[in-house]
Write a protein that binds this ligand. Structure first.
Ligand SMILES: Nc1nc2c(ncn2[C@@H]2O[C@H](COP(=O)(O)OP(=O)(O)OP(=O)(O)O)[C@@H](O)[C@H]2O)c(=O)[nH]1
Ligand SMILES: [Mg+2]
Length: 699
């Protein structure tokens, strides 16, 4: 055996809303397992997994980070993910490689916007889920209330496997329902545990909770249920196997609790992870596509099977070079031989193979199925790529990326830095593929798009810190689009006869609107060769290029159907170029008469805030052309769901802060495009034309 025993590996991702304690719990586990000598703290910037300068400064996770540790003969790979909405792209890709999602909630607040979102990610990837009620030591910590909230908003199958001993300042330990013991902690001896019987005042509550747990395990399996109904209980072995199975199948969602910063309940959590959570060997074999035959293939997690691994994160360090975080599904990945990248069809030399613990690295010669490791200095490999055996390659599904929400124009502070800026942006995108770089068609500025203002600010700061390029961020841009209301037929004719060989292209096109979101359709109805077949792609190309530049305010045209109905050609003068120009002319002529309209992105917004703020928030959303869809209770808070145009939500964060005294939170994602109301359209078009005009006057 060349790697760690697969059945003893646990790949556990810590997921949840920003600030609920994922990085602190990762650190507490590293401390409790003796992996770090001192307990790092968020406040001191000393945790293992928030190691980047900007994470320390902002006191929140920006990147996903991995830390391995060992507990009672098991290798536990902790995957600490960001919870702040702007940085969820990393979180989404990390969920792909987990075997369990450990979803944290604060004991003082329960299910929040991102809690529900990461729950959805785990569901989409079909991975088992465990809930962890953190911050039991905090004021207003209330375990029963959070449990009820989770049952209502996440899953009715949530079942405690632990109970807290006390709450708030009196929180002093946990009761493990699986062996009915209490683990209590001295208030000052960080991490010191005393195991003993359940304190008398908690005995009844613990009995009832264990009974409920047994019942739920029994209900997850018919054979167990039969035994249970017969004997009124479950044997130890049945309980253990039944619980493991129920967790794996998502029929039971275990709920744990504790305090990360006080390192209370962490040992109980580790025991639970080792005994009850699935190993990579328990999961279904990884499935992918054979690039040659296009057939589905699956590879069981065994050392003898050919290698299949996926890159789920890349760090681009200008000095240390690239670091790729990799999950191995089958076969062995060894550090001393080149690795084949099946996505890019290249062989790559591996600088070093290491097990990461935050930024610390432990070199290893090879890793086996189920492991998470890091490869140093791969050149061409990017996030999402599949690494495989060259003789038996497999391609895994790409990792979904969230749609960018907002764009800013950026420019280098010093003239002449354009080239350096574009090189640095490309490097930055290796690290963060959710960042998109484009160009404003009208003003020719560089546009950078991402998940929110903070995301872009972090990117700009990284450009400076990591690549030494200072750039300026302009006002946020809304990615408008254009379309048409009317159906119009028009002729595009391009004819030039000035001595020598002339130019001749002629086409008739019909332009029709399509329903929202349908994009673009091209239909060729030319019969009898009135336009020779070889020129038809040129006509379409001319139309598509004209569409990109828009007709109203320079935004790309969508949701149109173009039918090429007629035309004519000249046996000598016709060329691809002439027909391309004819297509473009035809489109522009039709477009001018087809009542062009502006489309704007509409966002789905969810605001979570205390009861007393709901009225103000709804009033404010209405004034932003928002439509409130509903309000529902979330533990101590209310969740307001609404749809609103992005253009009105660009500066929402400070507004929500002032409306709620910083007690509110929101997430926003793209929903669909809608027509901009006429008076607003007029303003946007005028502004776009002005911006383009100003640009035109520059030398
Ligand atoms: N009282 C108390 N505070 C905690 C506990 N766990 C975390 N905190 C504090 O909560 C704050 C946020 O903790 P983090 O560990 O950064 O939370 P996170 O979930 O990693 O946050 P993001 O990385 O932004 O998603 C820090 O100030 C921690 O000290 C806990 O169990 N009890
Ligand atoms: Mg964190």
């Amino acid at each position: 055996m060349r790697g760690f025993d697969t059945a003893r590996i646990r790949n556990v991702g810590l997921l949840g809303h920003g600030g609920d304690g994922k990085t602190s719990l990762t650190e507490a586990i590293l401390f409790a397992t003796g992996s770090v000598p001192r307990l790092g703290r968020i406040e001191d910037g000393t945790t293992s997994t928030d190691f980047e300068e900007d994470e320390v400064k902002q006191q929140k996770s920006i990147n996903v980070a991995v830390a391995f540790c060992e507990w009672k003969g098991h290798r536990i790979n902790l995957v600490d993910t960001p919870g702040f909405s702007n940085f969820l792209a990393d979180t989404r890709s990390a969920v792909r490689v987990l075997d369990t999602a450990l979803i944290l909630m604060s004991a003082a607040s329960g299910v929040k916007v991102t809690t529900a979102k990461v729950w959805g990610y785990a569901e989409a990837e079909g991975i088992p889920r465990v809930l962890y009620v953190n911050k039991m030591d905090r004021d207003r910590a209330n375990f029963p209330r959070v449990l009820e909230d989770a049952r209502k908003n996440l899953s009715a199958h949530a079942a405690p496997v632990m109970l807290p001993v006390g709450a708030e300042a009196a929180f002093r330990g946990v009761i493990t329902l699986l062996n009915m013991r209490a683990l209590t902690f001295a208030p000052d001896g960080i991490g010191k545990v005393a195991e003993g019987p359940i304190p008398a005042e908690f005995a009844k509550e613990a009995e009832a909770a264990r009974h409920a747990l047994l019942e739920q395990v029994a209900e997850s399996d018919d054979t167990l249920l039969e035994k249970y109904l017969e004997t009124g209980t479950l044997e130890e072995a049945d309980l253990k196997a039944g619980l493991r199975r129920a967790i794996l199948l998502g029929k039971l969602i275990p709920v744990c609790c504790g305090s990360a910063t006080k390192v209370m309940g962490v040992q109980a959590l580790l025991d639970f992870i080792a005994e009850y959570l699935p190993s990579p060997a328990d999961r279904s074999p990884v499935a992918g596509t054979d690039p040659k035959t296009k057939q589905r293939v699956s590879r069981p997690p065994r050392e003898e099977t050919p290698l299949v691994a996926q890159v789920f994160k890349t760090f681009a360090d200008p000095y240390a070079g690239k670091i790729s975080l990799v999950r191995v599904y089958s076969g062995v990945l060894s550090g001393d031989a080149p690795v084949y990248n099946a996505t890019r069809q290249v062989k790559e030399r591996i600088g070093q193979l290491v097990l990461p613990r935050g930024k610390a690295q432990t070199p290893v010669p090879a890793v086996g199925p189920g492991e998470i490791c890091a490869l140093v200095k791969l050149k061409e490999t990017a996030t999402g790529d599949t690494l495989a055996d060259e003789k038996a390659p497999v391609l895994l599904e790409p990792i979904p990326l969230p749609n960018p929400v907002i764009s800013y124009a950026i420019a280098p502070k010093s003239k002449g830095d354009e080239e350096r800026m574009s090189v640095a942006l490309a490097r930055l995108r290796e690290e963060d593929p959710s960042l998109q770089v484009g160009r404003d068609q009208q003003t020719k500025e560089t546009l950078i798009s991402g998940m929110g203002r903070t995301h872009i600010e972090v990117a700009v700061e990284r450009l400076r810190r990591k690549f030494g390029v200072e750039v300026q961020m302009q006002k946020p841009r809304v990615p408008y689009k254009e379309t048409f209301r009317g159906t119009v037929q028009a002729q595009g004719k391009y004819k030039k006869q000035t001595g020598g060989r002339g130019q001749y292209g002629d086409c008739w096109i019909k332009l029709e609107p399509l329903p929202r979101g349908k994009g673009y359709e091209f239909v060729n109805q030319i019969v009898g060769g009135v336009i020779p077949r070889q020129f038809i792609p040129a006509v379409e190309k001319g139309i598509v290029e004209a569409m990109e530049g828009g007709v109203l305010a320079g935004y790309p045209v969508v949701d149109v159907k173009i039918t090429l109905t007629d035309g004519s050609y000249h046996s000598v003068d016709s060329s691809e170029m002439a027909f391309k120009i004819a297509g473009s002319l035809g489109f522009k002529k039709a477009a001018a008469q087809a009542t062009p309209v502006l489309l704007e992105p509409i966002m789905t917004v969810e605001v979570v805030a205390p009861d007393e703020c709901v009225g103000d928030i709804i009033g404010d959303l209405n004034s932003r052309r928002g439509r409130v869809m509903g309000v529902e209770g979330r533990a101590r808070n209310q969740a307001i769901k609404a749809q609103a145009p992005l253009a009105e939500m660009l500066e929402y964060a400070p507004q929500l802060r002032s409306l709620t005294g910083d007690r509110g939170d929101y997430t926003m994602e793209f929903s669909h495009y809608e027509e901009v109301p006429p008076p607003i359209q007029e303003r946007v078009v005028a502004e776009a034309r002005k911006a383009a005009g100003v640009e035109g006057e520059e030398p």
